[in-house]
Ligand binder design. Structure first.
Ligand code: UD1
Ligand code: MG
Length: 453
């Protein structure tokens, strides 16, 4: 394939977002709009990607600095043709140039690939809309060949009847594009340099003008306001949900799931309403996720049940575990198979081996917990002395009585039992009962103080 340049226009102010943030940095499915476009652009393996951003939009190159793209400022903003002109000095003459938009986030690889397949000449991405208002119209001759794009504000009443509109996305031979852009005039209703004027120039030179339609209409929807963003977010989430349904995932309600990243599911996975998946999440076979759970960058192995309202972040959960309701697994949690983590239990940066349980109201932080351990209700690892964090080691087959504090660094020896209500500050020997408690006394004849009259 011929070398490809990609220009992403992202200089628009986004006035109607009523925000301090540049429009293209607002998120859809948890990712900035322009980043969706950059990811799609990169997937075409271009030679060069050039993002045209606007005055006051310095946050755009800063936020996207992980991309091997060139960021070019357009100031002042004199129209879409002028915007592409800013990129031209940075592009080599060979091959073709594709123009994309930072506020049209859901354009898909397949549609752009189809444009590349068309061959020589100018390729426009167009779409037929029942209500074409606001868009440039595709004007064709009696043979159906494209003659020009006319902006709505410059169109005659007859031209306004045309339903085929310009999405703005186009592919052109770079050398020709350079020549056409140099000849643009701004003698139109808006006083702008229109990128769309290159179409009639191509026609005059006898260069073929082809059109391609997107696979789905939502691919070409642009964002100008928070309401358009909200609508496109729901559209995208339904796309994600139907992908999951097609693969056999059971969703309690396809309109009440949010995927902000990549969710991989095994067979017979069930997801209840209101769940949010962020980053990379994988759910093994037969995993069930209860209502209103939030899972980010984590893997859950086969057969595990996540009960409602659980939060799992950057954790690995083994097979056949029972998590929640109301459990919180923080980054660095690694659970073996058949582990139970119950309500109001928080685990952080800890490994808990197979068949261990912490069923109620506990904090397990910076710990290594063995197999078949029972952590009683209210047990807390005191991992922080105000300056440093220390580790707690709980060896296999330990039983920790309720309401115990384990003051780290400390090791609870294999098979040992800790009496309820203990504060453990030193290592405990294996297979013995250790407790630290004052003796229970009864003070005979003691009276509560009476209220003064
Ligand atoms: C443009 C097209 C129109 C098409 C429509 C699709 C032109 C002249 N018209 O119209 O045919 O139907 O898009 O939405 O191209 N931008 C810059 N710098 C500028 C001007 C615009 O970066 O100086 C960017 C904007 O941020 C936006 C995009 O280009 O992402 C389109 O600009 P906009 O002003 O919305 O063009 P339209 O008038 O909608
Ligand atoms: Mg527009």
């Amino acid at each position: 394939m011929t070398p490809l340049n990609i220009v992403i226009l992202a200089a628009g102010k986004g006035t109607r977002m009523y925000s301090e943030k540049p429009k293209v940095l607002h998120a859809l499915a948890g990712k900035p709009l322009v980043q969706h476009v950059l990811d799609c652009a990169i997937s075409l393996q271009p030679q060069q990607v050039c993002v045209v951003y606007g005055h006051g939009g310095e946050a755009v190159p800063q936020a996207m600095s992980q991309y091997a793209a060139r960021f070019v400022i357009q100031e002042p903003q004199l129209g879409t043709g002028h915007a592409v002109q800013q990129a031209m000095p940075h592009l080599g003459d060979e091959g073709t140039t594709l123009v994309l938009y930072g506020d049209v986030p859901l354009i898909q690889h397949g549609t752009l690939h189809q444009m590349q397949q068309v061959g020589n000449g100018l390729v426009l991405l167009t779409v037929n809309l029942p209500n074409p208002s606001g868009y440039g119209r595709i004007v064709r001759d009696a043979q159906g060949d494209v003659l020009a794009i006319v902006e709505e504000k410059d169109a005659t009443p007859e031209q306004r009847e045309i339903r085929e509109v310009n999405t703005g996305i186009l592919l052109a031979p770079t050398k020709m594009l350079r020549g056409w852009l140099a000849k643009l005039q701004n003698n139109n209703t808006q006083g702008e340099y229109y990128l769309t004027d290159i179409v009639s120039m191509a026609v005059q030179q006898g260069v073929a003008v082809h059109t391609v339609q997107p696979a789905q209409e939502w691919e070409i929807h642009g964002i100008n306001s928070k309401s358009q963003l909200a609508v496109l977010e729901r559209t995208w989430q339904l796309v994600e949900a139907s992908r999951l349904l097609i693969k056999g995932v059971t969703l309690a309600d396809a309109s009440r799931i949010d995927v902000r990243g990549k969710l991989n599911c095994g067979r017979d996975v069930e997801i209840d309403v209101g769940c949010i998946f962020e980053g990379k999440v994988s759910l093994g076979d037969n995993v069930r996720v209860g209502a209103y759970s939030v899972i980010r960058n984590s893997s859950i192995a086969a057969g595990t049940e996540i009960a409602p309202y659980s939060h799992i972040d950057s954790s690995e959960v083994g097979a056949n575990c029972r998590i929640g309701p109301y459990a919180r697994l923080r980054p660095g949690t690694k659970l073996g198979d058949e582990v139970h983590i119950g309500n109001f239990v928080e685990v952080k940066n800890s490994e808990i081996a197979a068949n261990s349980k912490a069923n109620h109201l506990s904090y397990i932080g910076d710990s290594t917990v063995g197999s078949r351990v029972n952590v009683g209700a209210g047990t807390i690892t005191c991992n922080y002395d105000g300056v440093n964090k220390h580790r707690t080691v709980i060896e296999d087959d330990v039983f920790i009585g309720s309401d115990t504090q384990l003051v780290a660094p400390v090791t609870v020896g294999k098979g040992s039992t800790i009496g309820a209500g203990s504060t453990i500050t030193r290592n405990t020997p294996g297979n013995e009962l250790t407790l630290s408690r004052s003796k229970q006394v009864t003070v005979a004849g003691w009276k509560r103080s009476a209220r003064k009259k």
